[in-house]
Design a protein around this ligand. Structure first.
Ligand code: DC
Length: 229
């Protein structure tokens, strides 16, 4: 038995929607006693604020001007993550179709990304044991020195089936089309697009259960920790 404290470990998990990022990230963080940050929830929260305050999401200049006004706070317990805007709990409000359809436009605005990236770096630096951060540009831009970078992929069909299973009464084909459209927007934007970092480990989850993905990622974190000792 050693009484040395493990140094903080930073894990970046990127990939498109429906690849199992959130479920995997929360489970890995819980298994290893780490904090957890859903950066998509932060972009959804600022998008919700823009819609609620009548900002035209087709106008990047209007979004850029208003971006600093929303106060976004993320709770990082993987068992009960929270998100508030100006003190109000928006965890349900940010999951609507309306927010999903505007979030790519809002998150493409460079001023929005600068603000949210700074917030993400502060949260990661404050996580005493370390943190699992999930998103699109974590390994490439937000935390390029992360100890482990994972890039999750899955076929569009598998991703659409998983997403529509989460939303009662949704149509799989319409969900697939919406996901593919959002991926194209997120991958094609000029600032910090969805991309795999050169040193990321790619995990295709199409044929894997959630438990298999969690075991693989947890083992990779433990390997990196052992190598650093
Ligand atoms: O993970 P999600 O589907 O809830 O993310 C919602 C949107 O937020 C996604 O379509 C693009 C944007 N996003 C981003 O631009 N950068 C991130 N690090 C995370 C999400």
């Amino acid at each position: 038995m050693s009484d040395t404290v493990e140094p903080a470990v930073i894990v970046a998990i990127d990939g498109p929607a429906g690849t199992g990022k959130s479920s995997t990230s929360k489970a890995v963080a819980a298994a290893l006693g780490l904090s957890y940050l859903d950066t998509g929830a932060q972009y959804r929260a600022i998008t919700w604020w823009m819609i609620s305050n009548g900002v035209d999401t087709a106008e990047p200049a209007a979004i850029a001007e208003a971006a600093g006004k929303a106060v976004i706070v993320s709770g990082t317990d993987p068992a009960a993550p929270t998100i508030t805007v100006d003190g109000a709990d928006v965890s349900a409000a940010i999951r609507t179709q309306e927010v999903s359809s505007h979030v790519s436009a809002v998150s493409a605005v460079p001023e929005v990304r600068t603000l949210i990236t700074a917030l993400q770096r502060t949260i990661a630096a404050d996580a005493a044991a370390g943190i699992v951060v999930e998103g699109r540009d974590i390994g490439t831009t937000v935390l390029p020195d992360a100890h482990l970078k994972i890039f999750l992929t899955a076929s569009p069909e598998a991703r659409a089936a998983r997403r529509s299973a989460e939303i009662a009464g949704s149509d799989v084909e319409a969900t697939r089309r919406a996901l593919v459209r959002r991926d194209a927007a997120d991958s094609g934007r000029a600032t910090s697009p969805l991309a795999k970092a050169d040193d990321a480990v790619e995990v295709d989850t199409t044929e894997l259960t959630l438990q298999q993905v969690v075991e693989r990622v947890t083992a990779l974190v433990e390997e990196r920790r052992a190598a650093a000792r």
